[in-house]
Design a protein around this ligand. Structure first.
Ligand SMILES: *Cc1c(COP(=O)(O)O)cnc(C)c1O
Length: 385
């Protein structure tokens, strides 16, 4: 038994980040400026994208992306129920209608067969989520998008960095949204980035800053002009230099973070493969997951307790665990607005009752990982059927 509670996902921020944020504060430029521009260039390069736009959150990146594509009232966007609510909220925020398509049983990513069945003459885009860091089945999704003239906007909040068929997520669909929320693989406390072709990112840029034709840095640096024009009714969701300072240091550390995540995943999977009540997560042979989350599925027929009790028993053993996610169609707002029943998306619904997210972050020691494994084993054995 541990002596301290093992927290589920604390941020990995060190003295280097603190020093760079202090340098940004001392630079005289706090909001969107040179550090954001550098962070945009470096992140675009890291994911193999032509261009990137820094914004205030992953949610904002998706919303700005949909707006830049001209998606709005009367349009439908197909997405997954197995995600955080904001993936679906942004579709409503731009005035369009979310259409949910069930997930694949293995990866729990959106099922291309269900996507194809959901396409109507009103469909304008597909918004897949690379769930837990595992890339979606992009081959069929790209084909469906092409055949039907749809945009592909990817929710890559979990997928920095992830590879599909040798291509980095961020360079595959039309637009890709990354999140730098405190729990994500790379954090700026709050923040996000939209990547894509330069032409599309140029079109998206004014949407993040009031629809202004030029940002403050362009207007107030030496040789700048005070003049700007408002070209559309944009949002206010720009990224700041303080956040970019954090992001630049975190981006430099990301390869090390990912190496540690992969080591932890190997240790977990080797241990859980031996436990009859536990199904470890899958990774397809043509991808490299970003391993944002490590999500086991309980074989409930082999246990006398349900998933909620399993998590409570882990907590009693000082192990923090969580659930990602409560499927969107079960939440009262979406359930009532669209009249969803739980089994309208049976794969997502069945998985929901079995999933447990275990601690996975670069700060875990091997002893921490062994504590998690021991606690899972003990709960599974204590409550074996
Ligand atoms: C975190 C997350 C988001 C939202 O990102 P924010 O930066 O918090 O806005 C969107 N989708 C998924 C799947 C997420 O996990």
């Amino acid at each position: 038994m541990r002596e301290t509670f093992l927290s589920f996902s604390p941020p990995a921020v060190g003295e280097e980040e603190i020093a760079e944020v202090a340098a940004a504060l001392r630079s005289g430029w706090l909001t969107t400026g040179p550090r954001v521009a550098r962070f945009e260039r470096e992140l675009a390069e890291a994911v193999g994208a032509e261009a990137a736009l820094g914004v205030s959150s992953g949610t904002a990146a998706m919303q700005v992306g949909l707006a830049a594509l001209g998606i709005g009232a009367g349009d439908e966007v197909i997405t997954t129920p197995m995600t955080f609510c904001s993936t679906v909220h942004v579709i409503e925020h731009v005035g369009a209608t979310p259409v949910l398509a069930d997930v694949e049983p293995g990866t729990l990513c959106i099922d291309p067969v269900a996507v194809e069945a959901a396409v109507t003459p009103r469909t304008k885009a597909i918004l897949p989520v690379h769930l837990y860091g595992h890339p979606c089945a992009m081959g069929p999704l790209l084909e469906i998008a092409k055949a039907n003239g749809l945009a592909l906007v990817e929710d890559a909040a979990h997928a920095l960095p992830a590879i599909w068929n040798g291509r980095t997520v961020g360079s595959i669909g039309d637009l890709t949204a990354f999140s730098f929320y405190a729990t994500k693989n790379l954090t700026t406390a709050e923040g996000g980035m939209l990547t894509g072709a330069k032409e599309l990112i140029d079109r998206a840029r004014p949407w993040a800053l009031h629809g202004m034709s030029r940002d403050a840095h362009a207007r107030y640096q030496a040789g700048g002009s005070w003049y700007y024009e408002v070209v559309l009714p944009g949002y206010k969701c720009n990224l700041t230099d303080l956040q970019a300072a954090l992001g630049l240091v975190q981006l430099a550390k990301l390869p090390r973070f990912q190496e540690r995540r992969a080591q932890i995943v190997s240790r977990y999977t080797a241990a859980f493969a031996e436990m009859p009540a536990v199904e470890p997560p899958v990774e397809r042979s043509n991808v490299a997951s970003a391993w944002h989350l490590y999500v086991i599925r309980l074989r409930l027929a082999r246990l006398t307790i349900d998933r909620n009790r399993f998590i409570a028993e882990l907590a009693a053993r000082d192990i923090g665990a969580s659930v990602h996610f409560i499927p969107v169609h079960l939440h009262p707002y979406y359930r009532d607005r669209y009249g969803f029943a739980p089994d309208d998306f049976p794969v997502a619904h069945a998985a929901y009752h079995r999933i447990v997210s275990l601690p996975l972050h670069p700060g875990l020691t091997d002893a921490d990982v062994d504590d998690v494994i021991a606690a899972v084993a003990e709960v599974a054995e204590t409550f074996a059927r």
